[in-house]
Design a protein around this ligand. Structure first.
Ligand SMILES: Cc1ncc(COP(=O)(O)O)c(C=O)c1O
Length: 418
């Protein structure tokens, strides 16, 4: 089949089987919207066909990717000397951070995990909040910790770890623990109290890893950064570029304060690979060796937005989330279950203590109407309609359309029941 026909066919095949995820009316999950300048740069990445795993042949790519790492670290006010790797997304960034932690915590107990693996290795206690995202649990499994060995710590009504419960849990740890904290709870957008928790981990000589897939971006906004007070004291951080930076999929970043454990756990240098004088070898900090030049679209977006553009984007979305919460909660019969900490809004019908049927009916009706697209979730034992404000193009009218669609659908569903 001729090439042009193949492409035409693919376009036809896909028709009806794609979703308007990059539209400013898509409020589902927590997804960025593929910023056009990033998409243009992504075409270059594919057309160039570069393997970005080694700096030897592609110093231009390494330079751009290194700039992305440095700029993101600077934007988030994280330690300038941190190591960083550009990975596929939040889950893998969590895995890489956790593997760096695994290296360091076991090395401190005299165990070389890269040489000797995990069979027979000393214990590392793992603490994580009960309302953490599923991604760090998966990452812990990939890193060999086993999900059921992880101790979950009680959280408050917004999903933030309770300091008292944390103190009790960490006091029970007989060895320096790996502690996973969260910047941005998926349903409420809330932040763990880093300034209270991290000093307790320091006392125990543990490692703090922060899953900040979307929420860590608030650190780039001076007027909002106090919501994450103390987050910069952690040891490693996971962040998505395909969320708030709106990079095309897939793009995430792991940042580790001390680069050495990251490199020890990730490096894939083989004897056949050219020796380079480049200290910052891309494949030293990521699980992949061969890979696309995934940092280039983020480079383009960061150059386009600049520091002020990123700050304004994140702040604007947080304001839109407040606007949605205000409008929806003014409708008798609809409840916003969370305080607005960032960009997530959790909505249910009534107080949500019924079986959640009405809430799910309302959600389906909104989705079927096709004007806006929130998705579902479960929060505090209730079914919820979850709205995430994160697409680069979202404006007040999109937020208002979402609120109106939810309110109208609710009124229709209630009328149907009567
Ligand atoms: C808090 C949090 N952590 C991790 C992830 C996983 O990120 P990814 O889907 O990029 O692997 C998500 C995705 O929504 C998230 O919200």
């Amino acid at each position: 089949m001729p090439e042009s026909k193949v492409i035409e066919d693919i376009v036809q095949q896909a028709d009806g089987g794609l979703h308007k995820m990059a539209a400013p009316t898509f409020f589902g999950y927590v997804l960025g919207a593929s910023h056009p300048v990033g998409v243009a740069a992504d075409f270059l990445v594919s057309a160039w066909g570069q393997n970005a795993g080694s700096s030897f042949e592609t110093p231009a790519i390494t330079g751009m990717e290194r700039a992305v790492c440095n700029w993101v670290i600077e934007l988030l006010s994280l330690p300038a000397e941190s190591g960083a790797g550009l990975v596929t997304g939040g889950t893998v960034a969590n895995m890489a951070g956790i593997m760096a932690a695994r290296h360091a915590l076991l090395a401190a107990q005299g165990w070389d995990v890269e040489a000797d693996g995990l069979f027979g290795a000393p214990e590392i206690p793992v603490l994580i909040g009960q309302d953490a995202h599923s991604a760090p649990f998966a990452a812990l499994r990939y890193a060999g910790f086993g999900a059921s060995r992880t101790q979950t710590v009680a959280a408050d009504s917004e999903g933030r770890i309770k300091p008292d419960a944390f103190r009790a849990a960490i006091n029970r740890c007989s060895k320096p623990p790996l502690v996973i904290l969260q910047a941005g709870q998926i349903n409420t957008g809330a932040f763990d109290p880093f300034d209270e928790l991290i000093p307790m981990v320091r006392e125990k000589k543990g490692w703090v890893h922060v899953d900040g897939a979307f929420g860590l971006w608030l650190a780039a906004v001076p007027e909002l950064a106090d919501r994450l007070e103390g987050v910069g004291e952690a040891d490693s951080w996971a962040i998505d570029l395909h969320k708030w930076l709106n990079a095309p999929f897939d793009a995430g970043m792991v940042i580790v304060r001390d680069r050495a454990p990251l490199v020890a756990s990730m490096s894939a240098r083989g004897a056949y690979l050219p020796e380079t004088t480049e200290h910052w070898e891309p494949s030293d900090s990521t699980p992949e060796l061969s890979r696309r030049a995934r940092g280039v679209p983020s480079y383009a977006i960061l150059r386009h937005l600049g520091r002020a553009g990123v700050r304004d984007l994140v702040a604007h979305h947080c304001r839109l989330a407040e606007r949605i919460a205000r409008t929806v909660s003014n409708e008798p019969g609809l409840t916003v279950l969370n305080r607005i900490h960032s960009n997530q809004v959790a909505i249910c019908c009534g107080d949500g203590t019924d079986d959640g049927k009405l809430t799910m009916q309302v959600l389906r009706r909104v989705q079927e109407n096709g004007k806006v697209y929130p998705t579902h979730g479960e929060w505090a034992g209730r079914k919820i309609i979850r709205a995430s404000v994160i697409g680069y193009g979202m404006q007040e009218e999109d937020a208002d359309l979402l609120s109106t669609e939810i309110i109208d659908a609710y009124r229709c569903c209630v009328a149907d029941v009567r």
